[in-house]
Design a protein around this ligand. Structure first.
Ligand SMILES: Cc1cc2nc3c(=O)[nH]c(=O)nc-3n(C[C@H](O)[C@H](O)[C@H](O)COP(=O)(O)OP(=O)(O)OC[C@H]3O[C@@H](n4cnc5c(N)ncnc54)[C@H](O)[C@@H]3O)c2cc1C
Length: 470
């Protein structure tokens, strides 16, 4: 952290060298995609990144980006459409996702992925194997290693290749405004020097507020004591600048949680285990929820259990599926994954009551055979029941990424409280409101990178177009 609080400074007295046409704050997926789009439109671009190496929450993520109607889906025989994707977004958000944004992001998702693949050599493919909660068809796209770190490396390389300048160790602490127009930014360097850079259009791609404990306590009180597993640089500066400029915000109570973080190792354990037949129990060995509602709201359900922990229970077949994921392999290497030849030995290894765990296992077998219906409403009949040998991982719930932010229209322009678009200010990714409704339960898997890449592309195109309209 630096000693500067986010501020809006007056134009009077500000001196800049030649203004940068499109200036972008933040080199995560949103900022780099915006840079690519602005470069494609012929604009000169400078991206300012506070860290020495661009990473952001994007590099910490699994890097899965949903898109509907791509050629990657078609090649694997998956029929999908923007309408169906928008319906899934709204179904998860109980109809409360910002409507124009949901339509714009779902509608532009296939073109965005294919553009990144074809024009910028990002090696996307469709991830098959299991369906994420809330998606009606397979539509997650990822790079070969299925990691956000690989996606970030590809985006950084592509932006550099496209001629975007990326200045690192550049922490923006202030915007200079002349009436409603942004004319530049103030930034500080790690050695304490301060610089000012002028701009013609500004894109806020500096993400959400998950790393700011005060804002988390204010807007997401149920997560106040939870681990934040995203990027510490997500300090909510876009919100502070927006508030000072009279910008509207939306859905500040929305966030992406996760109910499957191996503890105490702090390694993500893929939700594929749950979607394919695994289940979660608490310290009594008892199930406590419908795991198929979504991993986001499961963060709250797990944190409500004794000790704020739960155990993922699954078997050899699901374990093999997990091995496809880099973080699951990391969890294995860290000793977080426990296996046992039968339920009694598993209970001892996990420190759970044998009777409780055996009872839950027997119950899920009956549910899978259709002999009973689940009191929590999950359908177990589509997957085979678990078979010995069994596996277990102790997990906790965590905050991954905030989903509310500055209200933007379909053109990624920041809107004022009266609905008017600001002259030359755009927002994308975690800095903008997403499409996850007002609370944790509205997060459809992939909404984070959907808003980063989808809105980033729109923001870059629109910022470049705004230059020629002046
Ligand atoms: C563990 C984990 C797994 C996830 N998996 C997925 C997934 O598979 N699919 C999905 O869709 N979403 C996923 N998400 C969410 C996803 O990572 C985010 O929604 C997405 O990365 C946000 O992108 P962004 O560009 O807005 O922010 P970021 O990637 O966080 O980038 C913002 C950048 O701005 C910089 N910055 C901030 N403030 C300033 C400032 N004042 N000056 C200069 N620079 C600044 C930061 O240093 C950072 O580099 C996951 C999140 C986590 C934590």
């Amino acid at each position: 952290m630096t000693g500067f609080a986010p501020a809006i400074l007056p134009a009077a007295g500000a001196r800049f060298a030649i203004p940068v046409p499109v200036l972008i704050i933040g080199a995560g997926a949103a900022g780099l995609t915006a840079a690519l789009a602005a470069r494609n439109a012929g604009a000169d671009v400078l991206v300012l990144e506070r860290d020495a190496t661009p990473q952001g929450s994007t590099a910490l993520s699994s890097g899965f980006v949903p898109a509907a109607g791509t050629r990657f889906q078609k090649a694997k025989g998956i029929a999908d459409s923007a309408d169906s994707f928008a319906r899934d977004i709204q179904a998860k958000a109980k109809g409360l996702a910002e409507p124009a944004l949901a339509v714009a992001l779902a509608g532009g998702s296939a073109a965005a992925i294919e553009w990144l693949a074809d024009a910028h050599a990002i090696p996307f493919d469709l991830i098959d194997g299991f369906l994420y909660p809330g998606h009606s068809v397979l539509r997650m796209h990822g790079t070969p290693r299925r990691t956000g770190a690989e996606l970030m490396a590809c985006l950084t390389e592509a932006a550099t290749r496209a001629g975007a300048d990326i200045a690192t160790d550049a922490h923006v602490h202030a915007l200079y405004a002349d009436g409603g127009r942004i004319i530049g930014v103030g930034l500080d360097r790690p050695d304490g020097t301060v610089e000012a850079i002028g701009c013609e259009a500004l894109i806020l791609a500096c993400s959400g507020f998950g790393g700011n404990a005060t804002l988390v306590r204010r807007h997401l009180p149920e997560m106040a004591d939870a681990l934040f597993f995203g990027h510490a640089g997500n300090q909510g500066e876009a919100l502070a600048w927006g508030a000072a400029l009279g910008a509207a915000t939306r859905d500040l109570g929305a966030y992406q949680g996760h109910g499957s973080l191996a503890t105490p190792h702090n390694i993500l354990v893929t939700w594929a285990l749950m979607m394919e037949g695994g289940f979660q129990v608490n310290a009594a060995g008892a199930r406590f929820s419908n795991e198929h509602q979504g991993y986001s709201e499961q963060a709250v359900a797990v944190l409500a259990q004794p000790g704020r922990v739960a155990w993922n229970i699954y078997d050899e077949r699901r374990h093999r599926l997990g091995l496809d994921f880099a973080d699951y392999r990391d969890a294995m290497a860290a000793g977080a994954v426990v296996s046992a030849p039968d339920v009694a030995v598993l209970a001892i290894a996990l420190g759970l009551p044998a009777g409780g765990l055996a009872g839950s296992l027997a119950l899920t077998r009956d549910l899978a055979m259709g002999r009973l219906s689940d009191p929590f409403g999950r359908d177990f009949t589509r997957k085979p029941p678990l078979e010995a040998p069994y596996y277990g991982v102790k997990v906790t719930g965590a905050l991954f990424h905030t989903q509310g932010g500055l209200l933007v229209g379909g053109q990624a322009r920041v809107l004022r409280a009266d609905g008017q678009a600001m002259a030359n200010l755009f927002a994308a990714g975690g800095a903008a409101c997403g499409v996850s409704g007002p609370a944790v339960w509205g997060y459809l898997s992939g909404n984070g990178l959907l808003a980063a890449i989808g809105l980033g592309r729109i923001a870059g195109e629109e910022a470049a177009a705004a230059l020629t309209r002046r």
